[in-house]
Design a protein around this ligand. Sequence first.
Ligand code: ARG
Ligand code: GLU
Length: 758
Amino acid sequence: MTSFLSRFPRLGALLLALALPLAARADEGMWLPLLLKQLNEADMQQKGLKLTAEDIYSVNRGSLKDAVVQFGGGCTGEIISNEGLLLTNHHCGYGQIQQHSSVENDYLTKGYWAMTRGQELPNPGLTATFIVRMEDVTGQVLQGIPAGVAEAEREKTVLQRSAQVAQQAVQGTHYKAFVRPMFGGNEYYLFVTEVFEDIRLVGAPPESIGKFGGDTDNWAWPRHTGDFSLFRIYAGPDNKPAPYSKDNKPYQPRHSLPISLAGVQPGDFTLVFGFPGRTTEYLTSWGVDEIYAVSDPARVKVRDAKLRILNEDMQASDKVRIQYAAKYASLANYWKKWIGEMRGLKRLGATARKQQQETQFRAWVAAGDPTRKAAYGQILDQLEQQYRLVRPYVLARDYTTEAALGVELVAYANSLQNLVDLIQAKAPQPELATAVEKARRGTSNFFRNYSVSTDQKVAAALLPLYADGTPAELLPEYVQNLRRQHTTPAAWARFAAELYQRSRLTSDASAQRVLDELLKGNAQALLADPAYQLAAPIVATYRQKVLPAYSAAQDQITLLQRTYLAGLRQWQPERKFYPDANSTLRVAYGQVAGYQPADGVQYAYYTTLDGIMEKADPTNPEFQVPARLVELYNNKDYGPYAHNGTVPVAFTATNHTTGGNSGSPVINGRGELIGTNFDRNWEGTMSDIMYDPDRVRNITLDVRYMLFVVDKVAGAGHLVKEMKLVGLPGQPAETAPADKKIKKQKVKVKREKAAVAQ
Ligand code: ARG
Ligand code: GLU
């Protein structure tokens, strides 16, 4: 091929141009709000946005961004009333709802609704973070750092400068600030935030609504989960953040989102405003292959085994079922996501696509001047080499964290290592006593949700996976010997049986007695325990043999990847690049659309209450339907929230989202709330690595189902009164500025509808 092209250089250029599938694909992207004007405004308006970039993000006046918060550390929430009412997902508020629950007042099962402000429940530790402003501070952070400096050195300087910039930005204010790298560290952005800390639980539907479909429907479409909960932000007398006080007042936001009852149609513009956590869209083929062929399969294999055992024991015992419910849900969540991710990457031919891109990149470098060749001539070969180097350490990392530490006894034994360290370092008694006290509490908490017979089965299944999956030279001697001695599942089962029989770390009572000994300075009590004897070398080997080499290679990859990304941007000056997600505020936009999950199958873009009734199964705890909902359904008592004789529940759209976008407002072209993001479709989970406009869909809870549940199911209409509803049926939607594009869009929608009907 190369020689053919070199004979026809012009043809080569033409072919390259045609082959470039690389311009950001329709609706791909998690954009920085600050750059919308420059990069996206025209495109967004062409797709149906009736607002300006300034309406979405402005520092000087209230804008949509003032209604968006990071909820806790890992979710998003939006403000939906002038009195600080906050909407997020049920699974985002889950921990708080659980905290307030007891056997007598089981809010998980029954739901919770504050009928007065006095009944709104405080949640120590929970925060809601607004973004006050953001700024490109690349110049200040990178100034004077010489090219070619070692990565660790660069990182140190960057951290120092970032801290300085952040501190200067908020001096004399109550704001907080941090600096985050973008584009792999080619750029740095400052974020100034306002963090509220008195956030109260206002309402949550029962799990039979908020978690309807459970793990079975997780990541799945068609979906019928009423995944929302309501909180309220409280502020001090000056409307500024204040620690919890009964005298705090509901926060008065700079902006709260009006809620549209007008519903959605295929092709409608949608915008998701939130805090996506992590994506890696600019990997090379070797980076994609590492995920596809190494990490995902290893992690899935281990979790497969563990989940099967947990599931068996949970089915057999109610006690175990309750003890392991949360652990199971969190293991199953990413287990399922990784399976979808592998299938999606395979289906896309992701590795081959990246290889094609790399071939084109090499051609561009080869055609360039000496500066270009010097900057990028080696980069891909170097990346390939580092990925080859790091691979055994990636396996060791994944098998150690998922399989070895996936055995709870091993993880627990390892958690006591710091006590041994303190004793051996002859730490002063008070320091040891404090640490033991902390371990005592941790121990009691741990054993409350622990089934020793279940964990023993997990050990018998996971230890051999760890021993066989980790490259032999990265296993501790101890485990290498075990591996030689135990070559059948029965042998590992006997090993586990003996381990759990001899260890004292298998119940709260006996573990507390070990802690009694440690408190007296007797480390032997732990050192002699077979569970510790297994855990200690595993973790020590990981620290000594795996982590240093892993981090060194990973540092190299970070550095090279930064250069490669700079090269990509230089190669494609016309292409709009967005930085990978890093838990900072982003805008994704797209349109309402169904999809084809497989050949011969077409999914509609929305689901309804009728589908909840179809899925209802009184024998299955994941598919219970509360009596009140059945009653409303039977009476068709839907209030103003109905559409075509039923209540819309969820819809799909092409917005590019990821973990952290849970709870994000989904907004229409007029800036009104139409739903709350809560999941992604299984066929689209590879979008963290590669987006596919045909298959990637975010899943949104329709606001009308949320309102219906609050008003009709819960009887909490006083909350709906706080909100600003627009576009009620029979009443025209708030008129938007006349726009010729509207007509064009309608035609497009008609065409799409016709396509769906076919
Ligand atoms: N998949 C959704 C998100 O990631 C929801 C997870 C919670 N729900 C559950 N059934 N585990 O990450
Ligand atoms: N449920 C996810 C979250 O908690 C969102 C789904 C996704 O990864 O797109 O953020």
